[in-house]
Design a protein around this ligand. Structure first.
Ligand SMILES: Cc1cc2nc3c(=O)[nH]c(=O)nc-3n(C[C@H](O)[C@H](O)[C@H](O)COP(=O)(O)O)c2cc1C
Length: 216
C-alpha cells in the first residue's frame, strides 16, 4: 500500500456513485493492478463464472451508452467494465481450477476430487438459480473492483440501467440462457466530489438472531 492509498475502511466510506467523469486516461499500470485486485474476488466453488469486458473505444462507448439509455458516465469515463456471466463457464475450466487449488496447497487432493464428483450435480440441481449464483459472484467481483478503485483515487458508478440483450450483443455474446450481464461500471476520475445520500440507520436493517414481527 502506498502512502496515498486509502485503507479498505476509508475507501468504503468515501466511495460514491460518480455521475460525471473527466475524460483523463487511467495510467495503464493502475488499470492492470485493478484488474489483478479484481481477480482476487471469490466465487461459489471457486468456479469463477464472471467474464469482464473493458469498453475503451469511442464506438463501443457510444453503443454501450445507447444501450444504457444515454447515461453519459459511459461516454465520459475512460474505461467502462461490463461484468458478464458464463453460467456454465466452469465446465471448460474445472480441471485447471481444481489442479491449481491442489498445486497451491490450498486444497487436499481428496477435496478437489470431492468437488469434481459433487459440484456438477449441485450446479444442475440449482436449475434456474444457477444464474442467480453466477450473478452473486459477478457482483462480488464488481464490488471488489469498486473499492480497489476508490482506494487509488478513482471513481466508479454501479449501473443497472441498461438493456441486457443489447449489452450482450455489444460485447459479442450471443443470446443464450447460459450468458447474462450482471453490471456495468464506468471507471475514471470524478469531475467533482459527490455527496453521500445517506443510508437507513442500522437499527432499521440489522437484527440479532431474528427479524422481529413487523420490522422488515
Ligand atoms: C446495483 C446498482 C445499480 C445502479 N444503477 C445505476 C444506474 O444505472 N445509473 C446511475 O446513475 N446510478 C446507478 N446506481 C447508483 C445508485 O443510485 C447509488 O448507489 C445510490 O443512490 C447511493 O449513492 P452512492 O453510491 O453515492 O452512495 C446503482 C447502484 C447500484 C448498487
Amino acid at each position: 500500500m502506498t502512502k496515498s492509498e486509502l485503507t479498505a475502511a476509508e475507501a468504503i466510506r468515501s466511495r460514491r456513485s460518480i455521475k460525471s467523469f473527466k475524460t483523463d486516461p487511467i495510467p495503464e499500470p493502475v488499470l492492470q493492478e485493478l484488474v489483478e485486485l479484481m481477480r482476487e474476488a471469490p466465487s461459489s466453488w471457486n468456479f469463477q463464472p464472471t467474464r469482464v469486458v473493458l469498453i475503451r473505444s469511442k464506438e463501443q462507448k457510444e453503443a454501450l451508452a445507447a444501450a444504457a439509455w444515454g447515461q453519459k458516465q459511459i461516454l465520459q469515463a475512460p474505461v467502462t467494465f461490463v461484468f458478464a456471466v458464463a453460467i456454465r463457464g466452469w465446465e471448460k475450466h474445472i480441471d485447471s481450477i481444481l489442479k491449481t487449488g491442489v498445486d497451491r496447497g490450498a486444497w487436499p487432493q481428496n477435496f478437489a476430487d470431492w468437488i469434481r464428483a459433487n459440484a456438477p450435480g449441485f450446479q444442475e440441481g440449482l436449475g434456474e438459480k444457477q444464474r442467480e449464483y453466477a450473478m452473486k459472484d459477478a457482483m462480488i467481483m464488481a464490488t471488489t473492483l469498486a473499492i480497489a478503485a476508490e482506494s487509488k483515487g478513482l471513481g466508479t458508478c454501479y449501473m443497472n440501467g441498461w438493456d441486457e440483450k443489447k449489452v450482450m450483443e455489444i460485447i459479442g455474446l450471443q443470446q443464450d440462457k447460459n450468458y447474462g450481464i450482471a453490471l456495468v461500471l464506468p471507471l475514471g476520475y470524478s469531475t467533482q466530489p459527490a455527496k453521500n445520500p445517506g443510508r437507513l440507520e442500522s437499527s432499521k436493517f440489522v437484527f440479532t438472531d431474528k427479524i422481529p414481527a413487523g420490522q422488515i
